[in-house]
Design a protein around this ligand. Structure first.
Ligand SMILES: C[S@@+](CC[C@H](N)C(=O)[O-])C[C@H]1O[C@@H](n2cnc3c(N)ncnc32)[C@H](O)[C@@H]1O
Length: 200
């Protein structure tokens, strides 16, 4: 069934891996993350919203070509960044090659969640590509991996059309998750950002 902008329910299917592989084959930086002002501003607001100056272990699922990964690297002792597309993993690895404490790996989520817990989890423009079931599984897996005092940061463009959900609804779903409290909420014409923590 065709989805329309603002559809309140999540998609039935996650966007396929082939779709993302094709995007990287067509263009090295498929979303022009390196040059778009809206992305540069979104990264700056995201980095300014992190509550601590420094973190122990951090995790960035859906790192794409590693622009946010590069910004996160100096703010943590250890950073694991993952993406489903091998070309994205290659580019992100090159982007952070000067940081030996950063690991970039291939992972298809929600199946390939990492071991251990994290003090910081940053998800940028990933969740709206997932089906309702995959989203629920990923969020449950991330919550189980969030350290007691850890921060879960999500940032997504508000509007998205086509086969995917939109950032506004994705962040409503995050806000409705039991067991989390919202410490920062940024909502503007372009994007929505939340910083969440486990409720004590
Ligand atoms: C819009 S980009 C993310 C941008 C990046 N987080 C940033 O802020 O610069 C979405 C990325 O998610 C990856 N992706 C999509 N579905 C995925 C999945 N199920 N598991 C892991 N990565 C996925 C895509 O390959 C793509 O690189």
């Amino acid at each position: 069934m065709t989805r329309v902008q603002g559809d309140p329910s999540p998609p039935d299917r996650s966007v396929s891996l082939d779709h993302f592989i094709g995007m990287y084959e067509a263009k090295a930086d498929p979303w022009d993350n390196a040059t778009k002002w809206s992305d540069q501003r979104k990264y700056a607001v995201t980095m300014a919203s992190l509550l601590r100056s420094h973190y122990g272990r951090a995790y960035e699922p859906g790192c794409a070509v590693g622009h946010l990964t590069r910004l996160l690297a100096p703010r943590c002792d250890e950073l694991l960044a993952v993406d489903a597309v091998p070309d994205a993993v290659r580019q992100a690895s090159a982007a952070v090659s000067e940081f030996p404490h950063v690991t970039v790996a291939r992972a298809i989520l929600p199946a390939d969640l990492p071991d251990g817990t994290f003090d910081l989890i940053v998800i940028g423009d990933l969740l709206y590509y997932l089906s309702g079931d995959d989203l629920d599984e990923l969020l449950a897996g991330l919550l189980a991996r969030l350290a007691p005092d850890g921060e879960l940061v999500a940032v997504h463009y508000r509007d998205r059309s086509g086969a995917v959900w939109d950032g506004a609804h994705v962040h409503d779903a995050l806000a409705a998750l039991r067991g989390l409290e919202r410490l920062v909420h940024h909502d503007d014409e372009w994007f929505v950002l939340d910083v969440l923590k486990l409720r004590r």
